[in-house]
Design a protein. Structure first.
Length: 178
């Protein structure tokens, strides 16, 4: 679904690529593709959140931690030849207007993936409401940069965005300390 979208990915393809018996799919996901996708969105968000938290924990300074995390995303995209990325965006863009279940799954997924940034920024002295707003903005910048990187088949947009986010966060911290 990340590579070809929700509507272009059929249950037959999912069963074939998973090598799971067709009956298992319907046993665990009796409501079909929409239920499976909602669970996949939650699972992917948890993976992203855990990865992000592990990356952010490596640096005490929240600005450096977020910058290094963003660069790690650029490195990952380069390793994939910029053919993947933005798995949540792929589902959200395609289904949010037509499926309340998937819209809610994506909303919750984005909140889950923003939480580690909020925690890191708050621990670094940024008030929680400001940290939440910054996490939303960084998340939006990250999704956009991933999309641009996929279109260019280059991590250049991601690396540029990481530099701008670092400079922007430094200005925010400086203003808070005045």
């Amino acid at each position: 679904m990340e590579r070809q979208g929700y509507h272009a990915t059929g249950l037959n393809q999912i069963v074939a690529e998973s090598a799971a018996p067709r009956g298992s799919l319907y046993y665990y996901f009796p409501e079909g593709k929409e239920e499976l996708t909602a669970e996949a969105v939650r699972f992917k968000a948890l993976q992203i959140s855990n990865y992000m938290r592990s990356q952010l924990e490596q640096y005490a300074d929240p600005i450096e931690a977020i910058y290094r995390f963003l660069l790690s995303v650029a490195d990952h995209l380069e390793g994939e030849q910029c053919g993947c990325g933005a798995p949540l965006a792929a589902i959200a863009l395609e289904t949010a207007a037509s499926s309340e279940r998937l819209r809610q799954a994506c909303e919750g997924a984005y909140q889950l993936t923003q939480a580690p940034m909020v925690e890191k920024l708050y621990a670094g002295g940024i008030p929680v409401q400001r940290a939440q707003a910054l996490a939303v903005a960084i998340s939006a910048a990250l999704e956009g940069a991933v999309i641009l990187s996929r279109a260019e088949r280059s991590a250049r947009p991601l690396r540029l965005m990481a530099e701008e986010v670092r400079a922007w966060l430094a200005c925010v911290v400086a203003a808070l300390n005045e």
